[in-house]
Design a protein around this ligand. Structure first.
Ligand SMILES: [Zn+2]
Length: 79
């Protein structure tokens, strides 16, 4: 059984971005769960990605969100 960590780390970014096929994603998942260093690296990258995404969302002007919320609210108001 060969553990190709370089390959796993390289594909990890694609996996996090959701750019891998189901088959490749499964192979990465198997490796990550079986390889502590890759497991740690994966979770670090994944968390980093979530932080970056959250930051980006926060920078989106809230005007649109407020407008959408008021539309949703007015449509879901009980009679
Ligand atoms: Zn590994």
């Amino acid at each position: 059984m060969s553990h190709n960590c370089d390959d796993a780390l390289e594909r990890m970014y694609l996996y996090i971005d959701g750019e891998l096929t189901t088959e490749s994603a499964e192979a990465i998942k198997v490796h990550i769960n079986d390889c502590p260093p890759c497991f740690d690296a994966f979770h670090f990258e994944e968390r980093l990605k979530i932080v970056v995404r959250t930051r980006l969302q926060e920078e989106v002007p809230s005007e649109l969100m407020i407008r959408l919320k008021s539309i949703i609210r007015s449509e879901t108001l009980p009679d």
